[in-house]
Structure formats: structure tokens, C-alpha cells
Ligand binder design. Structure first.
Ligand SMILES: CC(C)(COP(=O)(O)OP(=O)(O)OC[C@H]1O[C@@H](n2cnc3c(N)ncnc32)[C@H](O)[C@@H]1OP(=O)(O)O)[C@@H](O)C(=O)NCCC(=O)NCCS
Length: 216
């Protein structure tokens, strides 16, 4: 293990599910992901995100992208954390899978969000990366539930959640770029996670991260 991962064990965390690997991005990984995101995540007439961060133009786009990830790193605390994991498929950077929690030690609930570069969507990667973080929180951190959500006009994200067994958990309305847009809230319980066989996920380095995640 390198020195940085000894100091900050989250850098040693690795999740693998088939061809997909997730790990905390180093700065060079962030540069590649920033350019991938700038190349496009969704058509310009759509907005799958609650904050319209994909509207910025280069080079401000890439700068605010890396600042966002640096901010998550610097604010990371057991009481409130966000793990924004770089996703590679067959070694190629394809997107980010986030998992975040507040008061995880008490609530044992984690929320997820994700994106893939447009060229990497629709090949099953979004499902595998979600399975990877669900295995982390349910099988290694003893989560009680995982939550997610997607706008009603985001069928790919909703399909990933539904095929993994999430249940509908209400609908809320957002101000999306000045117009109302409905978000389907979703929840997956630990019981529902364990009720069906899941793709195998290899998790490395989690022991040293438990304290940081409020899951000691
Ligand atoms: C959401 C996202 C991460 C999913 O990743 P992905 O690799 O494209 O997803 P997968 O290929 O694993 O699965 C997509 C599922 O959606 C289904 N789907 C896609 N478009 C669909 C449509 N128009 N109608 C119905 N189902 C659709 C696919 O058939 C597939 O389901 P299946 O495997 O049962 O056939 C990815 O599409 C993405 O990054 N989108 C843009 C950003 C985004 O929306 N992020 C989430 C914000 S909540």
C-alpha cells in the first residue's frame, strides 16, 4: 500500500464487479473524468441532475468538476460523508458512482448517485457499479437501507434501481432549471438486497476504512 493510502485508507478501497472497478480517484483520475464528463453525459435538451452542473462550459467545467471532488474529500467525516468513486470498465475511466451518508453509525442508510460518459451508457455498467456500492454498504458496512432517486423522465436510472429491487418511496417535485420536475424516490432494504442472488463483488481495503465511514 502506498503512503497516501496508509494515511487516508479510502484511497486503498477497491470494489470489483465483473469488468467494473471502483476506487477513490487520485488527481490524475479526476482530470480524465473531468474531460470525460465535459465530452457529454446527456443530450443538451435533458437534465438528469438536481443541480445542473453539466451546463458549464470548458475550462470552467473541468475546474468546477475537480473542485467538487476535492470538496467531498476535504469535508469527509464519519458524521457525514460522500464517497465519489471513479469507475473503470476494463481499465478505461467511464464515470463516477457516489455513495453518501449522514450519521451512518446510527441511521445505517446510504444514498447513491451516478453518471457515465455518454459513450459508455447502455452496456450494463450502471447496474454493475450500483451493485458494487450496494455490496459495500450492505455486506461490509451493515447498512439497513439504501436510497436513490431519479427524475420520472430518466428511464435508464429508474430501470437500474427497479431491476435491483428498489421499491418506490414517494415522489417529490424539484425546481429544474426553472420548471417543475418530479423525482421518484426509491429505497432498497437490507432484506430485499439479500432476498435474491447478486453478482459477485470483490471488496478490498474496507477494514481500514470502517472508522472513517462511521461503521466501526
Ligand atoms: C443512469 C446511468 C448511470 C445508468 O447506467 P447504464 O450503464 O446506462 O445502465 P445499464 O445499461 O446498466 O441499465 C440501463 C437500463 O435502462 C434501460 N433503459 C434505458 N433507456 C430506457 C428507456 N428509454 N426506456 C426504458 N428503459 C430504458 C435499459 O434497457 C437497461 O435495463 P435492462 O438492463 O433491464 O435492459 C447512465 O445511463 C447515465 O449516466 N445516465 C446519465 C446520467 C444520469 O442519469 N445519472 C443518474 C441521475 S439520477
Amino acid at each position: 500500500m502506498d503512503r497516501l493510502a496508509q494515511i487516508w485508507p479510502l484511497f486503498g478501497l477497491r470494489l470489483r464487479c465483473g469488468p467494473v472497478e471502483l476506487r477513490l480517484p487520485r488527481d490524475d483520475d479526476l482530470a480524465a473524468l473531468a474531460d470525460l464528463a465535459a465530452a457529454g453525459i446527456h443530450p443538451p435538451d435533458q437534465m438528469p441532475f438536481y443541480a445542473a452542473w453539466t451546463r458549464k462550459q470548458p475550462p470552467g467545467f473541468q475546474r468546477s468538476f475537480v473542485r467538487h471532488h476535492w470538496g467531498s474529500r476535504s469535508r469527509f467525516a464519519a458524521q457525514e460523508w460522500s464517497l465519489d468513486l471513479a469507475v473503470r470498465r476494463d481499465g478505461v475511466p467511464v464515470g463516477v458512482q457516489s455513495v453518501e451518508a449522514r450519521a451512518f453509525a446510527v441511521r445505517r442508510v446510504a444514498d447513491t448517485g451516478s453518471w457515465l460518459g455518454s459513450a459508455h451508457q447502455g452496456r450494463g455498467t450502471g447496474t454493475l457499479m450500483r451493485v458494487a456500492v450496494l455490496a459495500l454498504v450492505f455486506d461490509h458496512l451493515r447498512a439497513r437501507a439504501a436510497t436513490s432517486g431519479a427524475f420520472l423522465d430518466n428511464p435508464a436510472s429508474l430501470a437500474v434501481s427497479r431491476k435491483l429491487g428498489y421499491r418506490d418511496n414517494g415522489v417529490i417535485v424539484h425546481d429544474r432549471e426553472g420548471a417543475p420536475a418530479h423525482e421518484q424516490l426509491l429505497v432498497l432494504s437490507a432484506e430485499d438486497w439479500r432476498a435474491v442472488p447478486r453478482p459477485a463483488v470483490e471488496v478490498e481495503g474496507v477494514e481500514d476504512c470502517r472508522g472513517l465511514l462511521g461503521a466501526a
